[in-house]
Every structure is written in structure tokens, then in C-alpha cells.
Design a protein around this ligand. Structure first.
Ligand SMILES: [Zn+2]
Length: 465
């Protein structure tokens, strides 16, 4: 069976064929780093991490690029409102760069706890301003943008015939969206900003051919896709809330600047609700990952998210996570028993039942990354492994467990730090070498070892011989 992906561009499941055989270029819109990571981030990046893992498991060499939006994402998602990072910097009374770095670090910490792999490339908007300026210039050169007297640069949406093809909006069908008010120096209400003048006292600003300012949010993603993945990207991902205006704007910019189709497969994850209502800071039901991890093992959260297809809405309740956690614990118990019984000595599956489970697991993932069905196979494996006594089959079951755990990104091992044991043993060996040296009165060498250890924060006290 070949991998099928629901493609938001074609609105159907398409068989996956990357541009270059064996290689996948994948781009997922990263976080805007102005606040603590929350449940919405967990959902989106766990989903895309699982897709990334499965592509690698399937034998593809994947280049996974994610951006860090550290400037230019305005409150209204379009051209109005304040810059989200600037606003938070004013609130916390710090430099906007401090805000961006602080929340970027918190984001990666939280993702690490969820066992989300780091992308191959994580690129900040502020680190790629010359490339962004180049791309805007290309759009202007091709006649698809204009500069206003206030130093703003806009994309002329009406000139690009394909605008709205992702969201299925047409120009006469309220294209500018309800949330976007019309900035007064635009020629048309649906035009969107490529570059904004910093005339309002914006602190993060750069020189450009159009005056001092900062890039719009959409152009950042188009630029980073081109820089790291080329003119055409195999997979582009994001939440369904990114479809419009963000991804429709990305398509317009990239297809005009590059003259090639931008994306082969657009993948969008659905959103998460809290006790049946939309999550939002203003609604007071905003769940940060820090709060959640104080209450639940992050693996419960990951397991919970994967119980749903990435395209289904997910409703979060404490009970749902606790139930997911109970199921996860049962799987973990069997896994740890398997490890013990086999001495962690796994092997490839040859047993018929195991092969059958493995095939169904792969078929489930091939069917548009259907993680609920994949988890059903993991539960089948758990049940089967619990009944085994034969050493060879136990080892094969462990091997299959490890494969599935890798794809789903589930960690089953309690982190009793093995490396610490090794470090202790190593220190014992070093100590005994030093003792021998001192017995043989080779004090210079013994002191050298002591001093080197001390430099690395390991203190050694010598007893009198
Ligand atoms: Zn983006």
C-alpha cells in the first residue's frame, strides 16, 4: 500500500509522490514566540512530528523545516493590530528579543517533553531579513506589489488569478475576511502587507529599499521555504486556522516570485477545544503546557492527541487525558516486562501474528496517518505480548514494540538514568587509577587527573595513604 495524504489543495486523499524520489522536503509553520506554549501547540506539533517520524520510518530522507516567528505577526493575523512580540515586550517591560528568545526556549523545552523531534532546520524570521527583502523585491519586479508613500509594501491580490485556491474563497466572496480591517494606504482591501514601515515606533526594524521597517508574517514562510527547500515544497503543514489568510498569501507570494507551483501536498491539522469550547486567552480557558505537565505525564498528553486523527477536532477534558494515561500505563507495563524478560534483546518480527499486526499498523499510517487505528494495533500487540512465553517471540515482540513506539513518538521507559550508573563506574575506575599512581608516588600525574576532574566540577578528596 502506498502512502495517501489528504491534500487540502485538491480536497481529496492523494497518493504521495515527492518531487525527488526518496527525498521529502517538509515545511511546517512554527510558533510565534510571544507567550507560553499551550495545548494547541502540543496538538499541532505532535501531529506533524508523527508525520515526520513515519516518513523517516518509511525510508524517506526528510528535510523538515520550521520557522520561528519572532517578528511581524500582527494581532489580527493580517495587517492590523500590534505586533504580538512587541506587545508582550511592552507588557513585560523587556526588549522584544528577550521575549522571542524566552518563549522560543520554553517552546522547545515543552516539545522535548512531548518527545517531539527537533526539525532539521529551525529558522528565525529575524535571521533571514536579507532573503525576505530579496523575495519582496522579486514580487515588485514582476509587478505584483506596490510601495506606498508611507513605506509599506503590499501584494496586489487581484493580479494573482490563483488567490484563494486553498481556502476556496473568491475575490467577491468576502476575501478580506471578517477579522481584517482595511489599512488606509492599500489600493484594494484584500491586498496584504509584505513589508511594514516602522513609523509607529516599532523596535525591531531593518533598512530596506523602501525605508526602515519589518517584514509581514506571510512573506517569512515563503522565503524560508525557498531558502531551505527550493521553489516547490513536497509537504507544507499548519493548523486549519492557517489556511486563510496565511497559506493563501504564502501561495500567492511564492508562485509569483518563483514561477513554479509552491506546494504539492498541503496538510492541515484540526484544532483542539477545551470542554467543548474554543480555547482562547480571552475566554479564560487557555491551557499552558507547563500547567498541564504539572498535572499529567507529557506522554499521556501525546498519547491522548494521537488517539484522534490529525484531521478530527479534539476536545480536551481532564478525564480524557486521565483515561488516555491509564491506557498508556497498561502498554508501558507490558513493554517494561518485555524488556526485562528479554534483557532488552530485541529482534525483527517473523512470527505470523506479529507480522500481521505490523502490516496493519503500516496500512493505518499509510491511510493519511491514521493514528487511532495505529494505536489499536499497538493495543493488539500489548495484548499478544502479554500472553507470550517463548523467548524468541518475546524478543520479536519487543522489536515490533520499539518500531511502533518510534513512529508514534511514545516513550515507555521510566527514565532511571542509566548513564549515571556508567558515570559512577567510570569515576570508580579513575579513582582506583589515581590510588595506584599515588601508591607508586606518581603524584604529578595523579594531581593532573584530580585537577582536570575539578575543572569539570568533579571534586576528588584524597585520603592519606
Ligand atoms: Zn507559515
Amino acid at each position: 500500500m502506498a502512502l495517501k495524504i489528504y491534500n487540502s489543495l485538491t480536497k481529496q486523499k492523494d497518493t504521495f509522490e515527492p518531487l525527488h524520489k526518496g527525498y521529502v522536503g517538509m515545511y511546517v509553520c512554527g510558533p510565534t514566540v510571544y507567550g507560553p506554549p499551550h495545548l494547541g501547540h502540543a496538538r499541532s506539533y505532535v501531529n506533524f512530528d508523527t508525520i515526520y517520524r513515519y516518513l523517516m520510518f518509511s525510508g524517506y530522507k526528510v528535510k523538515y523545516v520550521q520557522n520561528i516567528t519572532d517578528v511581524g505577526h500582527l494581532v489580527g493575523d493580517g495587517d492590523d493590530g500590534e505586533d504580538k512580540i512587541m506587545r508582550q515586550a511592552q507588557k513585560e517591560q523587556v526588549d522584544p528579543y528577550e521575549i522571542a528568545y524566552k518563549y522560543e526556549n520554553l517552546y522547545f523545552d515543552a516539545m522535548g517533553k512531548l518527545n517531539v523531534l527537533k526539525p532539521s532546520i529551525s529558522a528565525r524570521a529575524t535571521g533571514n531579513i536579507p532573503e525576505i527583502i530579496d523575495m519582496i523585491q522579486k514580487i515588485l519586479d514582476k509587478g505584483y506589489g506596490y510601495v506606498t508613500s508611507r513605506g509599506n509594501v503590499y501584494f496586489s491580490v487581484r493580479k494573482f488569478a490563483g488567490y484563494g485556491k486553498l481556502s476556496n474563497r473568491t475575490l467577491d466572496n468576502n476575501l478580506s475576511g471578517e477579522r481584517i480591517s482595511v489599512a488606509d494606504d492599500k489600493r484594494e482591501k484584500e491586498d496584504f502587507a509584505l513589508w511594514k514601515s516602522s513609523e509607529g515606533g516599532h523596535l525591531m526594524k531593518w533598512n530596506s529599499p523602501w525605508g526602515v521597517g519589518y517584514p509581514g508574517w506571510h512573506i517569512e514562510c515563503s522565503t524560508l521555504c525557498k531558502k531551505f527547500l527550493g521553489d516547490t515544497v513536497d509537504i507544507h503543514g499548519g493548523g486549519i486556522d492557517n489556511i486563510f489568510p496565511h497559506h493563501d498569501c504564502e501561495i500567492a507570494q511564492s508562485e509569483i516570485a518563483n514561477g513554479k507551483p509552491f506546494v504539492r501536498y498541503f496538510i492541515h491539522n484540526n484544532l483542539i477545544t477545551i470542554n467543548g469550547t474554543k480555547m482562547g486567552k480571552s475566554l479564560g480557558n487557555f491551557v499552558t503546557l507547563e500547567e498541564l505537565f504539572n498535572q499529567f505525564d507529557p506522554m499521556y498528553v501525546r498519547y491522548f492527541i494521537l488517539q484522534f486523527s490529525y484531521r478530527s477536532p479534539v476536545d480536551f477534558t481532564n478525564k480524557a487525558i486521565a483515561d488516555a494515561g491509564a491506557q498508556y500505563e497498561k502498554i508501558k507495563e507490558v513493554y517494561l516486562k518485555l524488556k526485562e524478560a528479554t534483557g532488552s534483546n530485541s529482534k525483527k518480527a517473523t512470527d505470523k501474528t506479529l507480522l500481521d499486526i505490523r502490516e496493519k499498523f503500516i496500512n493505518s499510517m499509510d491511510e493519511d496517518f491514521n493514528t487511532p487505528l495505529a494505536i489499536a494495533e499497538l493495543l493488539k500487540l500489548t495484548k499478544f505480548a502479554g500472553s507470550l512465553t517463548d523467548q524468541e517471540t518475546l524478543r520479536e515482540a519487543l522489536g515490533l514494540f520499539d518500531e511502533m513506539a518510534y513512529v508514534l513518538g511514545l516513550k515507555f521507559e521510566t527514565l532511571t538514568p542509566k548513564s549515571d550508573d556508567k558515570e559512577d563506574k567510570l569515576l570508580d575506575i579513575i579513582s582506583s587509577v589515581r590510588a595506584k599512581l599515588r601508591q607508586e608516588k606518581q603524584y604529578a600525574l595523579s594531581d593532573y587527573i584530580r585537577d582536570e576532574l575539578a575543572k569539570n566540577g568533579i571534586e576528588v578528596k584524597d585520603k592519606k595513604i
